[in-house]
Design a protein around this ligand. Structure first.
Ligand code: HEC
Length: 287
């Protein structure tokens, strides 16, 4: 009897700890108010996942036209955009420095450099080998322009936050959720249910049709066709950006998953051969 009671005690203690830590976990997830996290079925999830190239290309446009004003992408070089598995890879241009997209994008930015003759700091047009320039000369300047808060680098943001791609997507689409009274905002802070404490120093960066998506050219039955772009709603831009920033955070994902698949196929064939040779070796032996 005594034994039974202590067993029950232990059991209920375990249950109590589990439910308390469950509650703590929900709070630590940082979702405030009635907001329900959305979990889109990302094309890059799963064993055979790949990036949605058209979406990632649009995501680059949104980064360029909106986020780049405040956020750097300092671990990405223009030429990376034309690598195999990257959003702007073209088979005809295995060397990304020759890729016309890469060249155009690089030329669209000014980068800081040192004049090799005078030693002066100069600005020059970007080239494929340059890394994305930083929007501010240093952290102090970045804070001064953003009410004291530092816009983090976005190169590996999708890996840096728990929740990954879903976190980034929900952060961008959830600004218009009704704010509970319990969250009090001081000047310079904005309500966002996905942030810890429900507060963020970044004002909603996206609004419907903030960017204009262009039609894309696609080969269809051997003919070049113009395909209408999707409407640039907040959700669409957030999802496109997530594809782009998932790629910057994990540019080798497709190669890695490809190697994984080949390894599985190889092991399956190997197992079959081993099984057949086992049959053959033991064919005449009674067992
Ligand atoms: C006007 C400047 C500005 C623009 C434009 C801007 N941000 Fe921010 N962003 C900030 C600042 C400042 C912070 C820091 C917020 C804080 O610490 O509360 C931030 C924080 C973030 C964070 C980190 C949130 C976290 O978990 O700490 C992400 C992700 C982010 N921004 C993504 C974006 C994306 C994507 C875009 C483009 C659609 C964008 N931002 C546009 C200023 C900006």
């Amino acid at each position: 009897m005594a034994f039974k009671t202590s067993k029950n005690l232990i059991l209920s203690a375990i249950l109590a700890v589990a439910s308390v830590s469950g509650m703590a976990f929900a709070a630590g997830g940082g979702v405030y108010g009635d907001y329900k996290m959305k979990h889109p079925d990302w094309s890059f999830n799963g064993a055979f996942g790949t990036y949605d190239r058209a979406a990632a290309q649009r995501g680059y446009q949104v980064y360029r036209e909106v986020c780049a004003a405040c956020h750097s992408l300092k671990y990405v070089a223009f030429r990376h955009l034309g690598d195999e598995g990257a959003p702007f890879y073209l088979e005809d241009f295995p060397n990304p420095s020759d890729n016309p997209y890469v060249k155009n994008f690089a030329a669209d930015w000014q980068v800081a450099d040192i004049d090799s003759e005078t030693g002066d700091v100069i600005e020059r047009t970007g080239i494929a080998a340059d890394y994305f320039p930083q929007p501010f000369p240093n952290d102090a300047a970045a804070r001064a322009s953003n009410g004291g808060s530092l816009p983090p680098d976005l190169s590996s943001m999708v890996k840096a936050r728990s929740g990954g791609a879903d976190y980034l997507y929900n952060l961008l689409i959830s600004y218009d959720t009704p704010k509970p009274d319990s969250v009090e905002l001081t000047p310079g802070l904005h309500w966002n249910p996905v942030m810890d404490g429900g507060k963020i120093a970044m004002a909603a960066p996206l609004s419907d049709e903030l960017v204009t998506y262009e039609p894309t050219e696609t080969m269809y039955n051997g003919e070049l066709k113009l395909v209408d772009p999707p409407v640039a709603t907040v959700e669409q831009m957030a999802s496109d950006l997530t594809q782009f920033l998932a790629w910057t955070a994990d540019p080798k994902l497709e190669q890695r998953k490809g190697v994984g698949l080949m390894t599985i196929v190889y092991l399956l064939i190997l197992s079959l051969l081993l099984f057949l040779s086992y049959k053959r070796v033991w064919r005449n032996v009674k067992h």
